[in-house]
Design a protein around this ligand. Structure first.
Ligand code: ZN
Length: 312
C-alpha cells in the first residue's frame, strides 16, 4: 500500500443507553462486538467497537454511550450525517422484514447513483443505510445467528457529510486525501479514492441554509480515515499542516494511533493507523468478551467497572 489515505478506518457516534446500543448492533445488525473498553478521555463512559470478525479497518463502528439522560442530538451542517454499509445483492428484502420484526424505523428501499439502498435509524435516531454496490463487495462477512453470509454487512460503503458549502471539505478530500469527484446527483457530490476498493466513498451534501448540527445522542462524532502505518500518517500530517489546518499530535488509542483535525466545513476528521489492531490486548476469539482498559486506568479498574452498566 502507498502512503495514501486508504478509505474509512472507523466511524464514531454517540449513543444513549449502553445496553440498548450493544443489543441493537450485535443482535439486530449481527455485527461482532470487537472491543469493550472506556473512553480514554473520560473513563466513566464505555467505548464500544463493532465490526467484522477481526475488526478490519473499514468495518469498525464505535460508540460512546453517554446514557439516556443526555439530550438528543440533531443532524445538521458541519457534521457527518449518514453511515452506509455495503450489503449483498438480493439482501434488502431480508433487512426490511428484520426491521419490521424488530420495530426499526426505515424507509422503503430507493435508488441513488444507480444503486439500491435502504435507510434506517438505530434506537438513538442515528441514520444508517444498507447499500447494494454495483460491483460485488468481496470482503468476508461476519455471520451471527440468522444474519448469514447472504445478507450480512460487508463493512462500510460510504459516509455522507452535510455542509453549508462543500468547497473547503472537497479540497481536503482531493488535495490532501487523494480523492476525486466521481459523480453528482442534485446537491450530493460523490468522492472516491482509488487507493483501495472498499469503504472508499465520501458523499458531500451541500445545503447552504441548513442549521449547524448538534452533537449529542444519535449523531456521528467523527469519521476516521485509514493509513497503513505511522510513516504514512506523518506524511498526511505534514500535508494537513501545510494546508494551514490545526491538527493534534499523534495520540495512542491502544488499537491504532490517531491524529484529529477539524476540516474547513466543521466535521471532525481523524487519521488512524492500521497498526497495531484489536488483538493487541486479547486473542481473536476473545475479542469483546472482557472489559479492556489502557494501562493508565488499570489501577482504577474496580471503580470504573462499578460505574459501567452490565451488558449481559
Ligand atoms: Zn476515532
Amino acid at each position: 500500500m502507498e502512503n495514501r489515505i486508504q478509505g474509512i478506518h472507523h466511524i464514531t457516534a454517540i449513543a444513549g443507553d449502553a445496553k440498548r446500543n450493544f443489543d441493537f448492533y450485535t443482535k439486530t445488525m449481527g455485527l461482532r462486538f470487537i472491543k469493550r473498553t472506556v473512553n480514554f478521555d473520560d473513563p466513566q463512559t464505555y467505548h464500544f467497537y463493532f465490526g467484522d470478525e477481526q475488526g478490519t479497518p473499514g468495518s469498525i463502528l464505535t460508540f460512546f454511550p453517554w446514557g439516556s439522560a443526555v439530550r438528543q442530538g440533531r443532524r445538521g451542517a458541519g457534521m457527518a450525517t449518514e453511515i452506509g454499509y455495503s450489503v449483498p445483492e438480493g439482501s434488502l428484502d431480508f433487512w426490511v422484514k428484520r426491521f419490521e420484526d424488530h420495530n426499526v424505523i426505515y424507509n422503503k428501499p430507493a435508488e441513488k447513483f444507480g444503486e439500491k439502498y435502504l435507510t434506517f435509524l438505530d434506537p438513538d435516531g442515528l441514520k444508517l443505510e444498507l447499500i447494494v454496490p454495483s460491483s460485488t463487495d468481496e470482503r468476508k462477512p461476519f455471520e451471527s445467528g440468522d444474519v448469514t453470509a447472504g445478507v450480512a454487512t460487508r463493512g462500510f460503503y460510504n459516509s455522507t457529510l452535510t455542509l453549508n458549502n462543500i468547497e473547503g471539505t472537497a479540497r481536503v478530500l482531493t488535495d490532501i486525501f487523494g480523492y476525486k469527484q466521481i459523480a453528482k446527483e442534485g446537491n450530493r457530490f460523490r468522492y472516491a479514492t482509488d487507493a483501495i476498493g472498499t469503504a472508499n466513498i465520501i458523499d458531500l451534501v451541500e445545503l447552504p441554509t441548513e442549521q449547524r448540527g448538534l452533537g449529542a445522542n444519535g449523531t456521528i462524532h467523527h469519521v476516521a480515515f485509514r493509513v497503513k502505518d505511522d510513516a504514512a500518517q506523518m506524511d498526511i500530517r505534514k500535508k494537513i499542516v501545510e494546508a494551514g489546518l490545526n491538527i493534534t499530535p499523534q495520540i495512542d488509542r491502544n488499537y491504532f494511533h490517531s491524529l484529529y483535525f477539524r476540516e474547513p466545513g466543521g466535521v471532525l476528521f481523524e487519521i488512524a493507523t492500521d497498526n497495531p489492531g484489536f488483538t493487541v490486548d486479547e486473542p481473536l476469539e476473545e475479542l469483546g468478551k472482557n472489559l479492556k482498559l489502557p494501562a493508565q486506568y488499570e489501577p482504577m479498574r474496580k471503580k470504573i467497572e462499578a460505574h459501567l452498566a452490565p451488558l449481559d
